[in-house]
Design a protein around this ligand. Structure first.
Ligand SMILES: Nc1ncnc2c1ncn2[C@@H]1O[C@H](COP(=O)(O)OP(=O)(O)OP(=O)(O)O)[C@@H](O)[C@H]1O
Ligand SMILES: Nc1ncnc2c1ncn2[C@@H]1O[C@H](COP(=O)(O)OP(=O)(O)OP(=O)(O)O)[C@@H](O)[C@H]1O
Ligand SMILES: [Mg+2]
Ligand SMILES: [Mg+2]
Lengths: 248, 248
C-alpha cells in the first residue's frame, strides 16, 4: 500500500491545487503509480489536467472508485475527478461523523493499488477536508509568505491534532511548503524566518518561487512539467517531489 | 438606510478580505458611517484592523449586534468582529434555510444606522456566504486575472441568481473587481480582455495592482490608507471607493 498525502489549508489561494497537481505529475514522472483525488467542489485539480467535473461524485453515491477513475494521458497518473455536487458531500460530512467515516473507508478501500495518492481539498476546515485527513497518512500544508497565511496555520494544526486523536492515529505532518516565494521581498524573508524558527524541520527545504508559468499551465489542461518543463516552477516541484519521496 | 455590500467569491485568496477592509476604510475616510462585518471563521478582516476574534459570534447566540460592534480607532469605521466558532454558524446555516433567514433578519435589523456596510465572506458557497447574500443589496466579486478565477465565476453567479430568486429580490450585482493586476503579464491582459468582453460594464474600470504594501498592512493591524497612504494599493482602493459610491 502506498502513501496517501492530503494537501490542505483553510486559507484560500495558497497553492493547494497547484501543489497537488504538480506533485502528482512529478511522482508519475518518477515511475510511481499515482492517483490524484479532487475533493474540492471548485474542481480546479480536475480541469488542471484537462478533464471535466462529473455530475455525481463516486464518494456521494458510493459507486466503486475503480469505475470513476479517469486516465490523464500522462503515464502512471490517474485522476478521481471532482464534482460540483460536493455541496451534498460537504453538507453530508458536516451532518454526522459516521457519514464522514463511511466516505473515508470507501475511499481507503480502493487506494491500495497506488504507490502515491494526492488529495486536493477546498479552502475550509469543514467535512471534506476532515474526510480527506481521516483517510490519509500525511498532510502537506502549502502557505504563502504573508501575514494571513501564518495566522491560519495554528487553526489548521489544531484541527489536524483533533483528527489524529479521534479518527486517524496514523496521520502525520507531511510538511509545510512555502509557495509563491519572492526572495527579493522583505515580507517573504521575514515570514520564512518566523515559520522555520517555529516549525523547524517540518518545513521543506524546497520553496516554490512565484512563476507565472504555474498560473498559465492550468489553462492548457496540463501539469507544469508538461507545459514548461524548464521553468523555475517545474524545477521546484521536481525538487519537492524528491524531498517528499525521501521523507518516507 | 445605507447600502449593504457583500464581498464574495468561493475561489480562495483573490483579495476578498483586502477589498472589504480597504473599501470600508476608504468609505470611512470619505465621511460615511461604515460597518465592516467579518463572517469568515478565519477572522482575517478582524485582525486586519487590529482587533481580536470573539468567542461566540453575536449571530450565533442572537445577542443584539449593537453590543458586539467594536471601535477601530478610525473615525466613522466600526467592526462586527468574526469568531472562530463559525463552524457552528456554517453547520447551522447549511442545516436549514430557516436558520439562515433568522440570522439574516437579525443582521439586517441592526444595520439601519450605517451609510455603508461591507461583509467579508469565507472562500465557499456554503451557509455563511448565502446568509450574507440574503442580507445584502449588492455583491462585489474580486477576481485574480488567472485561469482558475474565471472558472469559479460562473458557479458563483449561479448561486447569486438562486439567492436573488429565493431569498432576496433586491440583491444586485455590485461589480467584478480585478485584483493583483500585473499589466506586464500576458495572462493578466488576456483574462482582463475575456472578463470585460463577457461581463461588460459590470466590471469596474478601477483595477487593483499587485502591491506588497497590501500584504504588509495586515501585520500592522491597520488598513492600507493608514499604513501606506501614497502606495499604489491605497490609491487604487480610493479610486474604487469613488467608483462604488458613484454606482448607487
Ligand atoms: N508559485 C506560483 N507562482 C505563480 N502563481 C501561482 C503559484 N502557485 C499557484 N499559482 C496561481 O495562484 C492561484 C492560486 O493557486 P491555487 O489555485 O493552486 O491555490 P489553492 O490554495 O488551491 O486555492 P483555493 O483555496 O481556491 O483552492 C492560481 O491561479 C495558481 O495558478
Ligand atoms: N493587490 C494585492 N497585491 C499584493 N498582495 C495582495 C493584494 N491583495 C491581497 N493581497 C495579499 O494576498 C493574500 C490574499 O488576499 P486576501 O486574504 O485578501 O484574499 P481572500 O480572498 O480574502 O482570501 P480567503 O479566500 O482565504 O478569504 C493576502 O496575504 C493579502 O495580503
Ligand atoms: Mg484549490
Ligand atoms: Mg479572506
Amino acid at each position: 500500500m502506498g502513501r496517501v498525502l492530503t494537501i490542505a489549508n483553510q486559507k484560500g489561494g495558497v497553492g493547494k491545487t497547484t501543489t497537488a497537481v504538480s506533485l502528482a505529475a512529478g511522482c508519475a514522472l518518477g515511475g510511481q503509480k499515482t492517483l490524484l483525488v479532487d475533493l474540492d467542489p471548485q474542481c480546479n485539480a480536475t480541469s488542471a489536467v484537462g478533464l471535466a467535473p462529473v455530475q455525481r461524485h463516486p464518494l456521494v453515491d458510493a459507486r466503486p472508485i475503480r469505475e470513476a477513475v479517469q486516465q490523464t494521458g500522462i503515464e502512471h497518473l490517474e485522476v478521481l475527478p471532482g464534482s460540483q455536487s460536493f455541496r451534498d458531500v460537504d453538507a453530508l460530512a458536516t451532518a454526522a461523523d459516521t457519514e464522514s467515516m463511511r466516505v473515508a473507508e470507501h475511499l481507503a478501500a480502493s487506494l491500495s493499488v497506488y504507490d502515491m495518492v494526492l488529495v486536493d481539498c477546498p479552502p475550509s476546515l469543514g467535512g471534506l477536508t476532515r474526510t480527506a485527513l481521516a483517510t490519509s497518512d500525511e498532510v502537506l500544508m502549502p502557505i504563502q509568505c504573508e501575514y494571513f497565511a501564518m495566522e491560519g496555520l495554528t487553526q489548521m494544526i489544531e484541527v489536524i491534532r483533533q483528527v489524529m486523536t479521534t479518527d486517524n492515529a496514523r496521520l502525520e505532518f507531511g510538511g509545510i511548503l512555502l509557495t509563491m516565494y519572492e526572495s527579493e521581498l522583505d515580507l517573504t524573508r521575514e515570514i520564512d524566518r518566523e515559520v522555520r524558527e517555529f516549525f523547524g524541520d517540518v518545513v521543506f527545504t524546497t520553496v516554490v518561487p512565484r512563476d507565472v508559468a504555474l498560473a498559465e499551465a492550468p489553462s492548457h489542461g496540463v501539469p507544469i512539467m508538461n507545459y514548461a518543463p524548464r521553468s523555475q516552477g517545474a524545477r521546484a516541484y521536481i525538487e519537492l517531489c524528491l524531498e517528499v519521496l525521501d521523507r518516507v
